[in-house]
Unconditional design. Structure first.
Length: 135
């Protein structure tokens, strides 16, 4: 697990900090952005950070195009604060993915990804901030 302290804020503080209602609704209220609505991320190596707390979540090397309409990854970064919990909303049984540093909803994980993990971390683009690798 990450060595970062737990980040806790009120809804008003999150709204002000995030500045975008969609990002607030997705990360703090477990909404979902529309499929294929995120503009994507820059090319090149780098890492993906939590929009809310800045913790490293995924490496660009784990990202792939699953065709589902959301950024997909085969696994979180080593020691990433990525947790999972059961989600029974919308009449489905799924596994929700959260940032354990700040409790941000990130998306869901499914067992239909490529090898070697077989996992597809389907993550809302507004939950991620891409940081290119320093040259």
């Amino acid at each position: 697990m990450s060595k970062t302290n737990k980040t806790t804020k009120t809804d008003d503080e999150w709204r002000k900090e995030l500045g975008d209602e969609l990002t607030f609704q997705v990360t703090r209220k477990a909404a979902t952005e529309r499929a294929f609505s995120h503009p994507g991320f820059p090319e090149g190596d780098g890492r993906f950070l939590c929009t809310c707390c800045g913790a490293e979540l995924f490496q660009k090397t784990e990202k792939y195009d699953s065709g589902c309409g959301w950024p997909s990854f085969t696994a979180p970064s080593t020691d990433a604060p990525v947790g999972e919990k059961e989600d029974l909303s919308h009449g489905m049984r799924r596994t929700e993915v959260i940032c354990t540093n700040c409790d941000a909803h990130l998306g869901h994980v499914f067992p239909d990804g490529p090898g070697p993990t077989g996992q597809r971390y389907c993550i809302n683009g507004v939950c991620l901030r891409f940081e290119p690798k320093a040259s």
